[in-house]
Each structure stands twice: as C-alpha cells, then as structure tokens.
Design a protein around this ligand. Structure first.
Ligand SMILES: Cc1cc2nc3c(=O)[nH]c(=O)nc-3n(C[C@H](O)[C@H](O)[C@H](O)COP(=O)(O)O)c2cc1C
Ligand code: SF4
Length: 519
C-alpha cells in the first residue's frame, strides 16, 4: 500500500511591507524551486508577524512548531532548499521556532492574536482559531448588554481621541431611527503608524466581526470601511475577506442564521490627512469634499447621511470580538489606571528593529525603544521620539521612563494618539522638525478656519526666518503667540494640535532654535 505524502505548509506574507521587500518574488521562487525538486509545498499567504526587519519572513510548519527564516531574498531560495528549510533545516537565515523569538514571546497579543498566524481570507481558518465566538456570544445577549460589555471592558477609541467606546455606542443605541450606520475609520494617516493596515491585511475578519457586533449592538444594518487609497493590498484582502464572509453567511441578510442583516462595503478615500478626522470622513463617505463639520451634533446622533452613526478606528472595532468572546473582565484586566486593555504600538523611523508590539498599557518608552527596538538603526544615541503622529509632541531622552498610557503621556504634555512612535537620533535638527509640522498643517489644512489655514502658512514663514537666524527673539515670540492662537482658535485637531510638535521642540531643544542666531 502506498504511503500518503503530506504536503508541507509554508507561510509567506502578503502584507504590504513584506511585499515591498520582495515577498511576492520570494513566494514564486519557492514555489518553482519546490516544483523542480518535486517537493510538495502548500504555500499560504499570511499577514506579517510584525518583525519588519526580518521581512520577507518565511515560516515552515514542523513537528516542533513554525520555524522562521528571514529576511529571505530570491537568491537565498536554492540554498534554503539545500539546507532542508522545508523540514526546519539549519540555515544562516534561520531564527528557530517563531513563537520562541523574544520580540514575540514577550508580547501580549490580544487584538493581533491571529495576525501572521492564519490565512487572512479563509473563514474556516478564522473560525478554527477562535473567530466568530464573539459574534456568537453577542447573539445570545440583548443590545444593551452588548454595549454594557464594551463599556465595562474599559475600551477607549484607538484612533487618537481615546473616547470610551461603550459611551459612543450607547448614544447611537439610544437614537430612535429606522436606519443607523457603523463606519470604520481606516484612513490611518499618522506618520509611523501601520497597525490598522497590518490588521486589515493580516486578520481582516476580526474587523468584519467587530463591525457586525457593533451593528447588532446599536441596530445598524449597514457598515462602511473608509480606507485610504494608498492601501491597495489592504483593499484587495478586505474585499476577499468580505466576499468570503458573505459566502459563509457571516454577512448579509441572515447573519449566522439569526435572521439579522448586516452588510459591509469598503469605500476608498483620496488620501487627505483631514479625511481621518471623523466628520470629514463622513463628508467624504457621502461623496463630498473632505471638510470638517461643526459639532454638535455628534456623529453618534447625526452622522452619515444625517443618521446616527458609529465612527470607530480599525483597532477599536477589532478589539470588540475578543471582549465579547472572553468577557469584559478579561480585557479590562490588561492595562493600568484608565488605560485598559492592550495597545498595538508601532515602532518606526530610525530604529533597529521596527515593527509592531502589542502589550498592555503601562510599559515604558525605554522598554519599547531598547528592549524591543534595539536602539537606533544608525547606532547613534536616540535624541527624541515623536509619539502619536505628526501632531504629537516630541519627547526627549530624559523622559523615556514615561509609561505608555493615555494619562502618563498627557501628564508630560504628550499624547498617545494611534500608538505610533517615530524615532530620531542625535543628528536631528529640531528647528527643521518644527518647520515641518507647520508645513504639514499648511499642506493638509481643509481651509475651513483661519487660525489653521493662514496660521500654518505664516508659521512656515516665521520658522524660515528662525532657521536663517533672522531676528530670532522676536520671531520666537511670534511663533509662540501663533501657536497659542492656533491652539485656542482652530476648529479641529489639525490646526489645534500642530502647536504640540512645535512647542515641545522649542521647550526641550531650545538650542536648535537659538544656535542659528549665533552662527
Ligand atoms: C486631523 C485628524 C486626523 C485624524 N485621523 C484619524 C485616522 O486616520 N484614523 C482614525 O481612526 N482616527 C483619526 N482621527 C480621529 C477621529 O476623528 C476619531 O476620533 C476616531 O476615528 C474615532 O474612533 P475611535 O473612537 O475608535 O478612536 C483623526 C483626528 C484628527 C483631528
Ligand atoms: S483646523 Fe484646519 S483642518 Fe481643522 S477645520 Fe480648521 S482649517 Fe480645517
């Protein structure tokens, strides 16, 4: 009797970052080399594990777990086969069992538990790894109880404002209208952030499930994912995952045989930073120019097409399934103070080991930068980090002991935003970074209010004079007054928060601004 030869599972990411580093060509080279050597491989295109310095990371399933090789190039492929990588053989690119790598082992992957593990567009794989347990649980609960569970979990919006998600949902639930909407903010415009993209490309069904639970909770039957057009791979994967969910009846007229409807669509934004602000996002979703709406009314009361609407970030919505599946207390037990749960932190910029670290709130910046990040990529001292995107404050090295949570960062005049950390070494010119903040605001301003539209352009001019060492004292005073005007008078966070990077750079690195006058 012939013995059945089992094919070997090999995982190669289809995540954008891995693709940008050659993952597609590596996948093709591995497939053709396997054919030539008559080795039966089953190539699965997964998401990234979030260790970007090792991408493209190829993993092979062995009896003792998944074994990692990376960063793999097409040239490495024949040598990998010669070394028997497909059975976990030793090779200079080998890192041993992936789950034993310190970078991953010390994390608390809750929202990202399946990212990089499963086939992102397979409903069967998703369900086999605990998917749809949250929705199943939600169907056994009243709408008010679902909202209460989200409130009790302590989940706060991960898009930047950190507003309690349960309170937002309750406002939508309380509105008496026949139609409501669930919208997902996947605009992810902050510099150095990629958690939304990584999740959408690595485990999109978690987002689909989270949005379905949100719809069930507040009585909405239609959901939209507002995705930035610069994410074409995420768009493709999301659409494949949504089609698979419809096929398996996890979306549509009769979700999980409940008789309840939930439909979901991806809509593309045109790539303006301001379209990430929730009211501009709603304008854009309605097909209009992305411009701020004056609040009140809140989107929860009068949102998309004037109807009650949930607007939540990708990570917020993707955190909901596990809260329902494992209970509010499970989630709440992570974290510190009023910052409950876990946060996917993104390490970017001048960092040796850039990538995604999901941990409970409360670890320090220092741990992130050195234990996870391994210090700067250049090998020089880290001088500062900008946390929370282009509108976040610069934090100097003397404050790297700060805990990463909403309150601790706010206490030092910083903000956490979407959890992106951009690293700069000691060659950075902070006056140039301050100019950059003003320039960014001038380019991205929607133009609706004067302090932002005019102020940011004047800010660039003032910074140019400071950079040239012209009348430094007077121009520095003017800069501070301008920042105060933008802070107090802007209609939304873009103009209102642009002063944060500028004033933090001035406060912590005054020598970079004054040195110009001396020279
Ligand atoms: C200028 C500006 C840009 C923003 N960009 C984003 C974004 O790209 N993604 C996001 O989720 N939230 C962004 N926000 C925050 C949203 O306005 C809103 O608070 C968030 O989508 C609500 O979801 P959450 O409660 O789940 O965080 C931005 C806010 C401002 C002021
Ligand atoms: S602060 Fe800027 S982006 Fe916001 S409404 Fe005013 S002009 Fe528009």
């Amino acid at each position: 009797m012939a013995t059945e030869v089992m094919s070997i599972d090999v995982y190669i990411p289809r995540d954008s970052s891995a693709l940008s580093l050659g993952a597609e060509a590596v996948a093709q080279a591995i497939a053709s080399e396997a054919r030539a050597r008559k080795i039966d491989l089953n190539i699965i295109r997964n998401g990234s594990r979030g260790m970007y310095w090792l991408e493209p990371l190829v993993e092979v399933v062995t009896a003792y777990g998944r074994v990692a090789y990376g960063p793999v190039t097409v040239r490495d492929v024949p040598g990998l086969f010669d070394a028997g990588f497909h059975t976990g053989g030793t090779h200079k690119l080998g890192h041993g069992v992936t789950d034993d790598l310190q970078f991953l082992k010390s994390q608390q992957r809750v929202t990202f538990e399946r990212v990089g593990i499963t086939d992102p567009v397979s409903v069967a794989d998703y369900v086999a790894h605990g998917g749809y347990q949250g929705l199943r649980q939600a169907f056994s609960m009243s709408q008010a109880d679902i909202v209460q569970a989200v409130t009790d979990s302590g989940l706060r919006g991960r898009g930047g404002a950190a507003f309690p998600t349960g309170i937002k949902w309750k406002t939508v639930l309380d509105q008496q209208t026949p139609q409501k909407y669930v919208t997902c903010n996947a605009d992810e415009g902050d510099s150095g952030t990629f958690a939304d993209r990584m999740l959408m490309e690595g485990d999109p069904l978690t987002l689909v499930e989270g949005m379905t639970i949100a719809g069930l909770a507040v009585g909405a039957t239609q959901g939209y994912i507002y995705l930035r057009c610069e994410y074409p791979h995420a768009q493709k994967i999301l659409n494949e995952a949504i089609a698979a969910a419809y096929q398996a009846r996890y979306l549509g007229a009769d979700v999980m045989g409940s008789g309840r409807r939930f439909d979901l669509e991806v809509r593309l934004g045109a790539g303006a930073y301001i379209c990430g602000e929730e009211t501009s996002m709603l304008e854009s979703l309605e097909g209009k120019r992305g411009e701020i709406r004056v609040r009140p009314p809140l989107p929860a009361i009068k949102g998309l097409f004037g109807l009650p609407t949930i607007v939540n970030n990708v990570i917020t919505l993707a955190s909901v399934p596990i809260i329902l599946a494992k209970g509010a207390t499970f989630y709440r037990d992570f974290g510190t103070g009023k910052s409950r749960g876990t946060l996917p932190i993104q390490l970017a910029g001048n960092i040796k080991r850039g990538g995604l670290v999901e941990r409970a709130f409360g670890l320090t910046l220092k741990e992130l930068l050195y234990d996870y990040g391994g210090g700067s990529a250049s090998g020089r001292a880290i001088r500062t980090v900008q946390v929370g995107g282009p509108l976040g404050a610069y934090i100097p090295a003397s404050q790297f002991d700060v805990q990463v949570d909403y309150e601790a960062l706010s206490a030092i005049g910083a903000l956490l935003g979407h959890g992106g950390i951009v690293v700069f070494d000691d060659t950075v010119d902070m006056a140039r970074m301050a100019r950059y903040a003003m320039e960014f605001c001038a380019i991205e301003s929607c133009g609706k209010c004067t302090p932002c539209r005019i102020g940011s352009t004047r800010g660039v001019e003032v910074m140019d004079r400071i950079l040239k060492g012209v009348d430094t004292d007077r121009n520095l005073q003017l800069l501070e007054e301008l920042c105060e005007t933008m802070l107090q008078g802007s209609l939304c966070g873009l103009g209102g928060m642009t002063p944060f990077p500028v004033t933090s750079a001035l406060k912590h690195f005054p020598e970079d601004f004054r040195a110009r006058a001396r020279h």
